[in-house]
Design a protein around this ligand. Sequence first.
Ligand SMILES: [Zn+2]
Length: 276
Amino acid sequence: MDCFSSGSSAKGKLRRFERMTPERIEEIQRLVKNGVSLRGVARETGVSYSAVYRHAKQFSKRQTFVDFSVFSEHELGYIVGFFVGDGSRIAETRSGHYGARFAFDAKRDAEIASLLQRLFRKAGKSVTLYSEGTWLAMKVYSKNLLVFLQGFVRYAKCDGEVHKVLVNSLNWDRAFALGFVGGLIDADGHVYKNKRHAGHFGIAITTVNPTLTEQLVDLLNRLGLKPKVSEVKPCRTSFSRKMTYILRLGKAEFGKICGEMICVKHEECGCDAKRF
Ligand SMILES: [Zn+2]
């Protein structure tokens, strides 16, 4: 097959690149399919990286391994917490793509996005952010990330809605649970900043997921905290008919754990609570 004949508009562009025989392209694709990284193939064959990328990217399973051994319990919990709030699973069986997608508010959450990016980079997985309207998104293709997440979160149907439900959360390690709360606050929570002095008041976590709300209350109770939950009925003008749950921790309650967690929104308040 002549790979340069795909669409006339792309033709002009492609001319700038080196020309390769179909055999050469096949060889490159075979190496990539066998698991050699795109950079490795470029090095081995002497073909430029951009050409290898263009011809064989779709076969690349590079960097699919996230090395979880580099993470602390806090960090593991943070990743799971953020995933529960603003993540979704990627499970495309046909193309063989597995992993997770994380979404960030482009204006407010740039710091949070770069924290997650740093965490994944530390685990040997470099990921890029791309914008989707007012959102930033990050797709992490990795089967072992998905398997890891499934150990803590599963999807369950409840009143016709599919919700994330925590797995075995009453047995979570304290450091992991604290990390989880920090990640969830960064995704779906708010830290009430003290505008006059550095520091903060309490926090609120908003969700439409009733099971998660109950599980969070139990989890926070186990951390020695007493959250308050309020239910907000969907307003008549809203298209959404879902009940919203707001879970709050007052200043004193949140103050018991705030120095022990990874949480960008908390850090941005300039709280001087000691970091663990
Ligand atoms: Zn604090």
